[in-house]
Design a binder for this molecule. Sequence first.
Ligand code: SAM
Length: 339
Amino acid sequence: VFYNPAMATDRDIGVAVLSAWAKRRGHSGEGWEMLAATGVRGLRLLNESAALSGIDLTEANPDAFEVLARNAARFAGRGARAHRADAREDPPRAPYDYIELDPYGSPLPFLGSALRALSVNGLLGVTATDLMVLAGPQPEVCLRKYGARPLRGWLGPEGGLRILIAALARAAREEGRGFRLRLAYVLGHHLRVYAELPQAGEGAPDPVGTVGEDASTGPPLGGRGPFGPLWTGRLFDRGLLADLAVPAGAADPQVVGRLFERWREEAEVDATFAYEPNRIAASLGLPEPPAVPKLLEQLRSRGFAAARSHITASAFRTSAPRSEVEAAARRALGPARAS
Ligand SMILES: C[S@@+](CC[C@H](N)C(=O)[O-])C[C@H]1O[C@@H](n2cnc3c(N)ncnc32)[C@H](O)[C@@H]1O
């Protein structure tokens, strides 16, 4: 039966997101965890956030379902209900205010039933672990499944995240729904997206497009573009970030807290791809990578927005054109070393 302790931090984040979301809405609602395995994710949301008044947990695998049924029975009084069912089919009771879609690999096979079952303004939480597809190594598969050309190498995961968001937005529109991205991030070997789906026709058009090598802002994308279509807009809703609190039951509260801090910093800069100092040093032939705090200081002193990114420990985003980033990297290293 699938139980992945490495996902504990991700489940902690889920509790925080649902708590913040419920606080804003001012009421709880019904949930559906489509691919429940042991039920740990859905049951934590039920027990630790005030967002859910009940939850349907579906699981197709008979062995996993046995465990799920036992776990759900312990919380039947709070509204946990286990079902042995195929998540691609319509669920026991719809619509749901929150739907959790946490598959092995791609969420695409389950998206149809998720979108049909989500209430207006409901929240959808989606995982993708098919980074071989979304993050570059299998570009043909990405094109076939997601209709997009992936980036490769270091930029692959952020590119994959943005391809995934664009695919979710497109699927929502095709289902006659709007799409409001609340939070999207890369964590270890998976991608995660939270989006609210209002009625169709609400809000501005989605910031989705292709990006090419000719862009003068952002890092060099490396060869064979254009890439995407992908989400070029913000990854974070700053209102939601402000309300995130580390859950009392967090496996490692420090890790979760530091991540929230990083997102809040990062959310101040709206720039599609993050930079990475080692890559800058390599492309400029510098003897060593510039230190990130110095680089950020250099960029800010010239009036550009600049902040660390969660994508990796040393990644950062900035509103500066690439030429300014390169100049700042040389200055951050000091005249003797950058020559
Ligand atoms: C990645 S695991 C879910 C992990 C769980 N959300 C957690 O946090 O521990 C995916 C689960 O989906 C189940 N599954 C796969 N296809 C399914 C389907 N069509 N309908 C229902 N469950 C399915 C698998 O048996 C597996 O237990």
